[in-house]
Design a protein around this ligand. Structure first.
Ligand code: FE2
Ligand code: FE2
Length: 285
């Protein structure tokens, strides 16, 4: 199961959480007072980012967009996609680990409990549905993990920046100026990020949700920008304003996992109504 199971996905999410947990708990500390999570990362996490930074070239991203943006793989409802994602079988302990649907419901329920608008709750419910890319046979390094722009210089604020030396684009001068092929402050909509579940789901749902929600979906893994402030020179004023929402979403993504299993059958009617408010019965994937 090493290639399709969520075992590495779990470890990555634990790593992302650990990376920001003490900073969020004690934001006043100087940066070097925090633990160095990259140095302590598990070998599986390091290896994941090595493959990711090496493989996510500009051409790879274009090829994946050409393959997936026609959305000709399936016609499915949102709940159908949740059930499909649930078939991503775990090889770890089924008694203690949450299913994918349970994880999505926990995120949505945490947002709901804080009294946020219905579109925000719905965003929590669906934000990781793009992980069905794993079920279409994509390697994990092309589905999850932090995203970053391709076609311009890499920021050292991206996790494990040393692995970018393995990316063939690092030897392409046109891609290694600070803006690369992009205009300064030209807006993220024109910037190609590394391929993964964020962009894929954005492309599937973009006609149906408010912009705030679409920003959360499209950029939730772009930690270098929303947590570290990198790549500001590519962002428009609009991006800067909307990233407030990406940051508002991030704690729910990082911290809403609890061992308590949500009651899927009890919650389903509420969420089916919410889905129907925004989405047609089927979407193209
Ligand atoms: Fe995600
Ligand atoms: Fe998530």
């Amino acid at each position: 199961m090493a290639n399709t199971g969520p075992d590495v996905i779990e470890e990555l999410e634990d790593f992302q959480k650990a990376r920001y947990e003490d900073r969020d708990a004690a934001p006043a500390k100087a940066k070097d007072e925090y633990r160095n999570y990259e140095a302590e990362a598990r070998p599986t996490v390091r290896e994941f980012y090595r493959l990711n930074h090496q493989g996510q070239t500009f051409d790879f991203v274009q090829a994946k967009k050409a393959e997936y943006l026609p959305k000709s793989r399936a016609a499915m409802s949102i709940w159908g996609a949740m059930e499909f994602l649930n078939t991503l079988v775990d090889d770890s302990d089924p008694d203690t680990d949450l299913t994918q649907i349970e994880h999505l419901l926990q995120t949505a329920e945490a947002i709901r409990a804080d009294g946020h608008p219905r579109w925000f709750i719905l965003t929590g419910l669906i934000h990781d549905l793009g992980k069905i890319l794993c079920l279409w046979g994509e390697p994990q390094w092309a589905v999850v993990g932090d995203t970053f722009p391709v076609g311009c210089a890499y920021s050292d604020k991206v996790v494990f920046p040393e692995f970018f030396a393995l990316n063939p684009d690092s030897r392409s001068p046109a891609y290694q100026t600070s803006c690369g092929i992009y205009e300064p402050h030209g807006g993220l909509d024109r910037v190609h990020l590394s391929w993964g579940h964020d962009e894929y789901l954005y492309q599937v749902v973009k006609d149906h949700l408010p912009d705030e929600s679409l920003y959360m979906i499209r950029y939730h893994s772009f930690y270098a920008a929303h947590r570290e402030g990198a790549y500001a020179h590519l962002m428009s004023d609009r991006d800067r304003e909307m990233f407030r929402w990406v940051r508002a979403f991030n704690p729910y993504d990082l911290y809403s996992k609890t061992p308590a299993r949500p009651d899927v059958a009890r919650l389903r009617p509420f969420y089916e109504d919410l889905i129907a408010e925004y989405f047609p019965p089927t979407l193209r994937w």
